[in-house]
Design a protein around this ligand. Structure first.
Ligand code: ZN
Length: 274
């Protein structure tokens, strides 16, 4: 597998300019660009600067993160999503990238039943797939393990992707999210997903906490927690997955460290699983 860096990892202690330099310095192969951090970068620099950086670097963009709360949007909230996607599409024409990550809605209370969620997700993914297709981009759908997320499991997410049945729609396999869902009780769930539908693997470990307390702020460097990343990574490799394994953490403790330290440790810890 190739080594990726997801910008959430240093989102509060760094910026895109800095992340690019550090990712290149520590030998990452790909970066997942956050759309908000890209907008910040463009306040000071241009797309031409970005293009120039990638033209002379080993590091390349793999995708754009993340379009959130995509389900059951009203007209105004959909317009914001549509604009973000259009922006990412436009930038991708200059610098490249393979996909946009799309995340299901976190609901406060149970507002929709599973049929409604399924139906709406299929509709939304179809819509986004059509929007990005002219730009040669794909849509990577990521189930989120949080209790309140409307699509939490890999089974459910894959059923949606299967129903969409478009070549440019696939999945993000996030080790932490699926641990949060059911603690990876069944790693064989990966065998049900066709290889061509696995667009990226997010690597992240979990603190040893009761599942009711565990949240995204408790994501740890690979190898520092309780997720059997060795087994998960091996299962992916055995299936022939040779795509990007991208470090994605949201740990406020790491945001207090120097970004250089996080990039260095992150590369060292993640490489073991490639
Ligand atoms: Zn993820």
């Amino acid at each position: 597998m190739k080594l990726g860096f997801n910008q959430a990892t240093c989102m509060k202690n760094s910026n895109l300019y800095n992340d690019l330099l550090l990712a290149e310095k520590y030998g990452y192969d790909f970066i997942e660009i956050r759309i908000d951090m890209l907008r910040d970068y463009l306040e000071e620099y241009s797309i031409a600067d970005l293009k120039k950086f990638f033209s002379k670097s080993h590091l390349q963009p793999i995708g754009y993160n993340s379009i959130e709360d995509i389900n059951f949007c009203d007209k105004n909230s959909w317009q914001v999503i549509h604009n973000d996607i259009a922006f990412a599409c436009q930038v991708s024409q200059e610098i490249g990238g393979e996909f946009i990550v799309i995340v299901p809605t976190i609901q406060d209370g149970v507002l929709w039943n599973s049929e409604e969620v399924f139906e709406d997700s299929v509709k939304v993914l179809n819509k986004v797939a059509d929007q990005v297709a002219p730009y040669g981009l794909k849509v990577a759908f990521e189930p989120i393990g949080s209790q309140k997320c409307c699509v939490r499991s890999l089974d459910e997410a894959y059923a949606i992707v299967e129903a969409v049945n478009k070549k440019n729609v696939g999945l993000v396999i996030d080790a932490f999210n699926l641990y949060l869902y059911d603690q990876w009780k069944d790693i064989d769930v990966l065998d049900k997903i066709p290889l061509e539908k696995i667009f990226i693997y997010h690597i992240d470990d979990a603190d040893d906490l009761p599942i009711e307390i565990l949240d995204h702020c408790h994501r740890l460097f690979p190898g520092n927690g309780v997720i059997d990343l060795g087994k998960i990574s091996k299962a992916l490799k055995d299936r022939g997955f040779a795509g990007v394994c991208s470090l994605e953490l949201f740990n406020p403790g790491y945001w207090m460290l120097s970004p250089e330290h996080v990039f260095q440790i992150g590369a060292k810890k993640s490489r073991k699983y490639l």
